[in-house]
Write a protein of this length. Structure first.
Length: 263
């Protein structure tokens, strides 16, 4: 670790599972092993990886992953394992996630609504007056006042989430009037475009095959939220993700939603 002038102030070395084998520390620092991703040393031999505690002596998490594994990725079925038991070649500090939210049709919006959120970046919901990159918790509770929603959780990489945010940033947060010449530019087409730009599932041969069979290419630019729901459900399946419903009137949300609120 260096200071503002580029001088080395701390030095660390680690074994394959993150166990410290050497340390020279001139400046107190809680961020050690893969610390650039927010992993913190707890001082009790455990590392807090933003959502779960990790034991470097066993190479295992103390509690299981909230996201079920996928049969297309057998190593992921062990929900206590760190980075699929390959810590030399990979990292898995939090298991980045993308949430796609499908809002059911209501009388004022018979087509439904689509929104999207990435880990720690908040929600982007075009056309609802929701401030950009704001709390997903607040958004879902607000939506629950008037409609049912389904949240699709997709496992993603930092590069994929960056691609999603980059794509979304090109748009204003208003939508064209309906009907109009811009009627195909909708909350759904923008969400679908972001998912398409991220190339989710392309890092796995099995996921690529599954998606080539199940995903309609037209979904990537469809203006209909129902197609967003289908697209997201297939991406969640291919990446070992999950989905859950939030009923109208709900006042309590699953804890996993907190992962998406702005840091």
């Amino acid at each position: 670790m260096t200071d503002g002038t580029g001088q080395i102030v701390n030095e660390y070395s680690y074994g394959p599972n993150g166990e410290r084998t050497g340390i020279v520390e001139g400046t107190p620092n809680p961020f050690g092993y893969v610390g650039r991703y927010g992993v913190m040393e707890e001082g009790n031999g455990l590392k807090f990886m933003r959502a779960r505690y990790y034991d470097e002596t066993t190479g295992r998490f103390l509690n299981k992953d909230l996201i079920p594994g996928s049969i297309t990725k057998p190593q992921s079925l062990n929900r206590y394992a760190y980075v699929s038991n390959n810590s030399v070649n990979g990292i898995d500090p939090s298991g980045l996630l993308t949430a796609v939210i499908w809002g059911a049709p209501i009388s004022s919006n018979p087509f439904g609504h689509a929104a999207i959120a990435t880990t720690g970046d908040g929600v982007v919901s075009f056309g609802t007056g929701t401030p950009p990159n704001s709390s997903l918790t607040a958004y879902l509770l607000s939506q629950a006042d008037t409609r049912d929603s389904t949240v699709y959780i997709i496992n993603t990489t930092p590069e994929q989430e960056q691609a999603i945010q980059s794509y979304l940033s090109q748009f204003s947060y208003n939508l064209p009037s309906v009907p109009s010449t811009g009627s195909t530019d909708t909350c759904a087409s923008r969400t679908n475009g972001a998912l398409s730009q991220a190339h989710i599932g392309s890092d796995s041969i099995m996921s690529t095959i599954l998606l080539s069979i199940t995903v309609d290419p037209a979904w990537s630019f469809s203006p209909f939220p129902s197609d967003t729901a289908m697209y997201a459900s297939m991406l969640a399946l291919a990446t070992g993700g999950t989905s859950f419903d939030i009923s109208k009137g709900a006042t309590v949300l699953p804890g996993i939603i907190n992962n998406f609120n702005p840091r």
